[in-house]
Design a protein. Structure first.
Ligand code: NAD
Length: 329
């Protein structure tokens, strides 16, 4: 079975080549090209394509993949909001993903962002490099004894609840479904109550119509002054213009984003030599209480190895017509 692996980075190739010997009948061709409607025809003769969060796996792309004989789309990530699942079903293309490769990888990064934003570590690092040993602008708050509000308590959100509990924080959460594994130390509340009570808010729910722009000026106004907001889930959970308005209203003690609305063009690209047009990222980074990373929450050795083996197993399962919890279709 042959996979065309889109948008390959060196670390993808390394982790998949390491896992490949266990999957004797699978062959992978790696390309740096991103998957979208213009590049889908490259997959002619392949059984499956492998794509990531920044691919455009919309209706047009899927129609071309189907025409070229591709039977499976293997998403090497948890989120699949960039895939037109209904169209895939209609075309008989199986879409599988890697739902829980290492929840702790993302949750630990969420806490790292919260701490970095709170204690302005990015500023401190640069100050000391410039022999500026003053503490101006670096004051944070203790997390110990404060309230952490976790929105979405699936695999990653639950890991975040455990971390916050370990920090000695009171943990409250909002989800439509209560996760029994964290019930001993987590109080489920309504979203309104979470917004009003939390000193740290961390978003861990998927991007769907119902969660699109869930953080907007109205929900921001319901938050406590000085709140720390972290998003490691999907950029469009937060309406960026409203976040900027909220920052200007002095609402936030700190904001840490691993994902943001205009990230698609940027994700995993070195654009340091380009002049960017209308960059929202640049506006966000002009604020002293903001830290942004580029979708690196998942990026640990353990997670990359789990992504490779699960993706390859997904291909075998798809070929055998096995429906598993990794199915999106
Ligand atoms: P999951 O499916 O295990 O959990 C998602 C939870 O969100 C579920 O419990 C669900 O009930 C809940 N939910 C759905 N709608 C909600 C709403 N309106 N309000 C509150 N909760 C709601 O998913 P997960 O593995 O924990 O991943 C969460 C998200 O993290 C993914 O959807 C993905 O977008 C993101 N993610 C980011 C990275 C990264 O590198 N930054 C890596 C992996 C996943």
């Amino acid at each position: 079975m042959r996979i065309l692996f889109y948008d390959t980075k060196t670390y993808d190739r390394d982790s998949f080549c390491e896992a490949l010997p266990k999957y004797k009948d699978v062959d992978i061709e790696f390309t740096k090209t991103e998957l979208d409607a213009r590049t889908a025809s490259l997959a002619e003769g392949f059984d499956a394509v492998c794509a990531f969060v920044s691919a455009d796996v919309g209706a047009d792309t899927l129609a071309i993949l189907s025409e070229k004989g591709v039977k499976s789309v293997l998403m090497r990530c948890a989120g699949y909001n960039n895939v037109d699942v209904e169209k895939a079903k209609e075309l008989g293309i199986t879409v599988k993903r890697v739902p829980g490769y290492s929840p702790e990888a993302v949750a630990e990064h969420a806490m790292a962002l919260a701490l970095a934003a709170n204690r302005r570590l990015y500023k401190a690092y640069n100050k000391v490099r410039e022999n500026d040993f003053s503490l101006n602008g670096l004051m944070g708050v203790n997390f110990y004894g404060k309230t952490a509000g976790v929105v979405g308590t699936g695999k990653i959100g639950a890991a975040m609840c455990r971390i916050c509990n370990g920090f000695g924080m009171r943990v409250i959460a909002y989800d439509m479904y209560e996760n029994p594994s964290i019930k001993d130390f987590t109080e489920y509340v309504s979203l309104e109550e979470l917004l009003a009570r939390s000193d740290l808010i961390s978003l861990h729910c998927p991007l769907m119509d119902s969660t699109y722009h869930m953080i907007n000026i109205s929900t921001i106004r319901q938050m406590k002054d000085g709140v720390i907001l972290v998003n490691t889930s999907r950029g469009a959970l937060i309406k960026t213009d409203d976040l900027i308005e909220g920052i200007r209203l002095r609402k936030f003690g700190g904001v840490g984003l691993d994902v943001y609305e205009e990230e698609t063009e940027n994700v995993f690209e070195d654009r340091s030599d380009e002049i960017l047009e209308n960059s929202i990222t640049a506006s966000l980074l002009s604020f002293p209480n903001m830290i942004i990373t580029s979708h690196q929450g998942f990026f640990t050795k353990e997670a990359m190895s789990a992504i490779a083996s699960t993706t390859l197993q997904n291909l075998l399962d798809a070929a055998e017509g096995k429906v598993t919890e990794n199915d999106c279709t």
